[in-house]
Design a protein around this ligand. Structure first.
Ligand code: GLA
Length: 767
């Protein structure tokens, strides 16, 4: 909803309002962003008083004594009295000073950003036009209102109406100014196989920046950041979240001046940016999004989850149940035979899996990662009968079939590279730098875009394929233009290809991947509805990822696979049961050698899959809330909820000796209603008890003996049963006590045997 009176503009969503104002200096400032203000009268008195001049400031005299440095600017340039780091830096041959004054405002139906993905179904678009008459340059700020999800999006457009060439050196998509209310900033850092670690930074005097310069949004720092009030519960206090609908280099900064005014900027990275536009030409930034909640990070997570599910995910996949996938990568790598794949398919079907995905290695001369990328024709020696024979087999069994591709890359033995050595990224002077033995194709070129599109289209048409995992496995280097210009143009090219692909194949389920989470962002999610979050399938790494990213992204985009008990990445051992408890929060898959499963493992997985199918819609699309972070007793507690039930995931990183009691906690219940709760029944591996198993066994079983292995392959021990009734107010308050953990005092049938890196699921329903 938009309302205006004189110089005040009110942009409201269901629960929030952003109040903008044409200020004394003729620019636009944000006077308020917080709980919803129902009418324009409610905005009077919100403007910063500015009754006293600040001593040492630079002001445009004709407009009184208020310096631009002290207004809550929603855009800023330098050289006109504003000493925050500018959101926009421009120059032409005559000047580098640009002074944009408010000129007009239009409200109407939303239009798409001309180059970058635009979240769908905005209620209104508000375009604020500002003009610098000295240089004939226009700045337009496009705001989109998403009422239901409490999100406001924004991008900037610059138009040059002079005859001079205009250089764009920096242009943030969004700038928001706020007064500090004891905020702290939460951002993420990470690397391959170790994405999504949380960094909490107190907001300090000065400027703090996170950015990516590697060509993709990157695992180094995700573009999603938020600020929240310190020393508040996770579901209490003011919180503001920001993200960028973009997959290339980005920059988010938070700056605080001596008066505790804060400016937050988010947009493309300005490193190596120098875009030039001539007479009557325009430049646009990608879209940034922001949301406010008075209910801390949990409130933000509800807003962003709704927003992404409804406005970012394509309609074809909106709230549509995702299949349970088997992927062969961790089991076979690129070395497999058709017979092996057939055996895996049969096992997968038997376990209840729905889609079989053949990963890397099916094409060209691809038996390791130094060959074959770019040769998108099937390796008939390895797979006689081609992809069709595989999809036929899968379909006969009642499975659907999926495939892996990496369309933006080539190895140097690829036919396409030999024919078109100029199609890869290179500056023309230096030897091209390889990454994972491969080169990146230059998607700025139309013929390269056509090649990528056709490679994918031909593959998809060659067999009955329902799913495609689109990978991107190296950072960029060897840029032929400034890195900023190059990556911007590459992204424009990439989005054109992705748009063509999803338009031609709207019902194929694409999974986004970049060596795991190296390009996990709202830009990619605008085309591909789910994402392979990490090449790390270790239970702890995955729990950590959920904690970091479920604030800004919904469960439906998290593709999680249960992998072998001993993790490929860390050699950490954790049970299939616990791995499932974490992997089931999101889109479930399996990625281990199914032929190595013991009869007991098979039984366990069948039960997991039937539990998942029963609760699938909620586990993929329900509302997620963090309940407790790992800092309390090393336990991460989170839940997912729909109208009729709640599932609580309870993850214990470290078993403590003789620990205090644990409690089952939940959120969002009806305080006066009675709920029944029950844990998902799990099977314990008898190996976990080592030699202590002899306390129960009639014959002696040595620890690590063959006899123990033999027994463990067939028989497990029933895990504890936790069942009961409780009032909503109790579950939301102090919680109900859970059975005692293992305390070395013996094993009773009710003992909760957890150990390190272990989890449980509890289902809570209204009686
Ligand atoms: C990347 C992906 C993996 C797998 C391999 C194949 O690392 O993240 O899941 O597909 O590529 O080469």
């Amino acid at each position: 909803m938009f309302k205006q009176q004189n110089d005040i503009f009110l942009l409201s969503t269901k629960n929030t309002s952003l109040v903008l104002r044409k200020n004394e200096q003729g620019t636009i400032s944000s006077e308020y962003y917080g709980p919803r203000i129902p009418n324009i009268e409610g905005c009077f008195g919100l403007a910063m008083p500015h009754t006293n001049p600040t001593g040492n400031s630079a002001v445009k005299e004709e407009n009184g004594f208020v310096s631009l440095d002290s207004v809550n600017a929603i855009y800023s340039t330098y050289g006109i009295g504003d000493y925050f780091y500018p959101s926009i830096v421009l120059n032409n041959d005559k000047t580098n000073i640009f002074d944009f004054a408010f000129k007009g405002l239009e409200v109407g139906k939303p239009h798409k950003n001309p180059l970058f993905p635009t979240p769908q179904d905005a209620n209104e678009e508000v375009v604020i036009t500002c003009f610098d008459s000295a240089t004939s340059t226009t700045l337009k700020l496009h705001y989109f209102i998403y009422e239901e999800s409490d999100v406001i999006a924004n991008y900037a457009e610059i138009r040059n109406d002079s005859d001079d060439i205009l250089h764009i050196k920096r242009c943030a998509s969004l700038q928001l100014s706020l007064v500090n209310r004891d905020f702290e900033l939460i951002s993420t850092y990470g690397s391959w196989a170790n994405e999504g670690n949380i960094e909490i930074t107190p907001i300090k005097y000065g400027r703090f920046i996170v950015e990516s310069t590697s060509g993709s949004s990157s695992a180094k720092h995700n573009p999603f950041i938020y600020i929240r009030q310190k020393n508040h519960a996770i579901d209490d206090g003011l919180a503001y979240g920001f993200n960028l609908v973009y997959s290339g280099n980005h920059e988010e900064s938070v700056e605080m001046d001596p008066f505790q005014n804060i400016r937050i900027q988010t947009g493309i990275s300005s490193l190596g940016l120098d875009k030039t536009i001539g007479h009557k030409e325009s430049f646009v930034t990608p879209i940034a999004v922001m949301s406010f909640s008075k209910d801390g990070q949990v409130g933000l997570s509800h807003n962003f989850s709704k927003f992404v599910n409804e406005s970012v995910i394509r309609k074809e996949f909106q709230y549509k149940d995702r299949p349970i996938i088997y992927n062969n990568w961790e089991a076979t790598g690129p070395s497999f035979t058709k017979e092996k794949l057939f055996l895996l398919m049969e096992k997968a079907k038997d376990l209840g899996i729905e889609t079989f995905v053949l990963d890397d290695g099916w094409f060209g001369n691809r038996n390791d990662d130094s060959h074959g990328l770019g040769d998108w024709f099937v390796n008939e020696d390895k797979l006689p009968g081609g992809l069709k024979s595989l999809s036929d087999k899968a379909n006969e069994l009642g499975l659907s079939f999926g495939i892996w591709m990496e369309p933006e890359m080539v190895n140097d033995d690829a036919v396409v590279y030999k024919e078109h050595p100029d199609w890869i990224i290179n500056d023309g002077l230096h030897k091209t730098i390889k990454g994972r033995n491969q080169y990146t194709l230059d998607l700025r070129k139309q013929e390269v875009q056509d090649f990528a599109f056709e490679s994918v289209a031909n593959t998809l048409k060659s067999a009955n394929i329902n799913y495609l995992k689109w990978d991107y496995n190296r950072p960029m280097a060897s840029f032929p233009d400034g890195v900023g210009n190059f990556v911007y143009d590459y992204m424009v090219g990439l989005y054109k290809v992705l748009d063509r692909v999803v338009t031609a194949f709207p019902n194929i389920l694409f999974e986004n991947c970049a060596g795991g989470g190296n390009r996990f962002d709202l830009g990619m999610l605008s085309f591909f509805p789910q994402s392979w979050m990490s090449d790390d399938t270790d239970i702890h790494v995955r729990a950590n990822l959920q904690k970091a990213f479920l604030v800004g992204y919904p469960l439906s985009v998290f593709s999680n696979h249960v992998s072998a008990k001993t993790s490929n990445q860390l050699l950490r051992y954790s049970s299939l049961e616990s791995k499932f408890d974490i992997a089931s929060f999101g889109v479930l898959g399996y990625e281990l050698d199914l032929n190595d499963l013991t009869p007991l493992d098979e039984e366990i997985i069948k039960k997991q899959i039937s539990f998942y199918k029963e609760h699938r819609h909620m586990l993929q699309f329900g509302e997620h809330s963090l309940i407790q972070d790992l800092d309390v007793e090393h336990k991460l507690i989170q839940q997912v909820q729909n109208d009729s039930e709640v599932i609580v995931s309870y993850y214990s990183m470290l078993q403590l000796p003789n620990p205090r009691n644990d409690f089952l906690l939940a959120k969002g219940l009806d305080a006066d209603a009675t709920y029944v709760y029950e844990n998902r029944q799990e099977t314990l591996n008898i190996k976990k008890f080592g030699h202590l198993i002899n306390n129960l066994s009639p014959v002696h079983i040595g620890e690590d003996s063959l006899a123990q292995a033999e027994l463990a392959s067939k028989q497990g021990m029933d895990g504890e049963v936790t069942k009961g009734k409780a009032l909503g107010s109790v579950l939301m308050g102090l919680g109900v006590p859970l059975p005692d953990e293992w305390k070395m005092t013996g094993l009773n049938p009710g003992t909760r045997v957890m150990g390190d890196f272990a989890a449980r699921l509890y289902v809570i329903k209204k009686e």
